[in-house]
Write a protein that binds this ligand. Structure first.
Ligand SMILES: Nc1ncnc2c1ncn2[C@@H]1O[C@H](COP(=O)(O)OP(=O)(O)OP(=O)(O)O)[C@@H](O)[C@H]1O
Length: 442
């Protein structure tokens, strides 16, 4: 590729933005300035920049949200962030998500040019043919799931997605469909737990006119409606033993018989099953056919619960916030840094579905533009305590904690393991508390 490299500069400061553009032009780049997150996303879609230099705090959304969206759309992109001292925690998360570097403000422009050059030398060009950005999550666990699904998408073998309710099994199945050669064909999902028992067979395989009382016309089942696309059977463990036998035939022979039909029909779709149950245990208990289990479970994929991949929380939260704001047709909303930090303190029994619900509720009910921890976790407010009272108490506790941590770190010469020992807490707890309180060490 020839010609100057395109650098998208995302900065709303009316002095710094144009100054950076001027300097980058002198350095031989082709810079383009965007003053808001929305403008940056628009420019990026049209320009497909080679690198990004971005402020973390933008008027309409965080630089973090912009970057994660860019990575999702364009693939890995060399990026350097400029951040105020208090936002270093966010910047560190970004570096973990693939950004190259961050500089604290006031920005030394020489260092910025140097960091940008290094970032671009390390990752010469974003991968444009295939968006390589993460789709399911940025945690190591979800990147592995994603890589496994991409591989599985290349072959037609049956796949079983397992995981707790709301972890994103259906989202993973759709992703498999979208990256497979069947992407232009239908994607059909059926929740086996939600169909009435006496309609289950016809819902799956369809029926001919007059097949049973009330069958006034021919009806295609999901096996037919999925065509040459992907059929997701969710909650597969809920299927009756009788239907399991018929499903086995569909998997083995790739044929099925609609109710009342004289001849079988070919099954052309790819079958994906999902379950929150332990299928092997269901087999042992005699509730799931062993032969079907082995036929289906060719590629098992376990989607981990959200509490085991807390790195995904801010990434998912920003995505879900952007979606909710668009869906509700509202103006920009931002999470406060404490709101993002507070996500890791929850167990998420309802997984991503619960995160989505909490964010949607917060977006709908919060008056201002900022979403704080109490908007996400209204139940955490002390009962009977006025919000002002509880926040004063909270602030006092936070101040005392901040002082104790600072003192311990100072005595330990900045060594976190030693500081944690002095405080009588684990290193993980210390790290979590430092992140929540915005304490920056080193
Ligand atoms: N990676 C993701 N990105 C965005 N949204 C997600 C992601 N994963 C899950 N969700 C959202 O979380 C909710 C639950 O996801 P999904 O229905 O795929 O979970 P599930 O594991 O199939 O749940 P169940 O076991 O109840 O069928 C949905 O609203 C979905 O859009």
């Amino acid at each position: 590729m020839s010609g100057p490299k395109v650098v998208l500069v995302v900065e709303d400061d009316p002095v710094l933005g144009p100054a950076l553009v001027q300097r980058l032009r002198l350095e031989g780049f082709r810079p383009r300035l965007a003053a808001t997150g929305a403008e940056a996303l628009r420019e990026a879609a049209a320009l497909r920049p080679d690198a990004v230099v971005s402020d973390i705090r933008l008027p309409d959304m965080s630089g973090e949200a912009v970057y994660l969206r860019l990575v999702a759309d364009l693939g890995a992109l060399p990026a350097v962030f400029m951040t105020a001292f208090s936002e270093v925690a966010q910047a560190v998360r970004l570096v973990r998500a693939g950004a190259r570097d961050y500089l604290t403000k006031p920005v030394d422009v020489d260092r910025l040019v140097e960091a940008l050059g290094a970032a671009m030398a390390e990752s010469p060009a974003p991968q444009r043919m295939e968006a390589a950005g993460p789709s399911l999550g940025i945690s190591v666990a979800m990147r592995e799931v994603e890589a496994l699904i991409r591989k599985a998408a290349r072959v037609d073998a049956p796949i079983v997605l397992s995981g707790e309710t709301g972890v994103g099994k259906e989202v993973a199945a759709r992703f498999l469909h979208d990256v497979s050669a069947r992407a232009d064909e239908p994607f059909v999902a059926l929740n086996c737990a939600a169909i009435a028992r006496d309609l289950a067979e016809s819902t799956l395989f369809g029926h001919e006119r007059g097949a049973f009382t009330g069958a006034v016309s021919r009806q295609a089942g999901v096996a037919e409606r999925a065509g040459a696309g992907t059929l997701l059977l969710d909650e597969i463990a809920e299927l009756s033993l009788d239907l399991q036998a018929k499903l086995l035939r569909l998997v083995q022979e790739r044929r099925f018989l609609p109710l009342g039909a004289a001849a079988e029909r070919p099954f052309a779709a790819r079958l994906v099953c999902a379950t929150h149950a332990d299928l092997a245990a269901q087999v042992r208990a005699g509730r799931f056919r062993e032969d079907l289990f082995y036929r289906l479970n060719v590629i098992p994929v376990e989607v981990p619960p959200l509490r085991h991949r807390t790195e995904d929380l801010p990434w998912l939260a920003e995505r879900l916030l952007a979606e909710a704001v668009t869906r509700f047709g509202l103006g920009a909303r931002h999470f406060t840094p404490t709101a993002l930090a507070s996500l890791a303190d929850h167990e998420w029994p309802g997984n991503v579905r619960e995160l989505r619900n909490r964010i949607e509720r917060a977006v709908a009910l919060t008056d201002g533009d900022d979403i704080g921890p109490a908007d996400l976790f209204p139940e955490r407010r002390l009962e009977g305590d006025s919000p002002a009272g509880s926040s004063r108490l909270g602030a006092a506790i936070n101040d005392a904690t901040r002082d104790a941590i600072a003192e311990a770190l100072q005595h330990a010469g900045g060594n976190r393991a030693e500081a944690a020992r002095r405080l009588g807490i684990s290193r993980t707890t210390l790290w979590k508390r430092m992140r929540e309180l915005g304490i920056v060490a080193d």
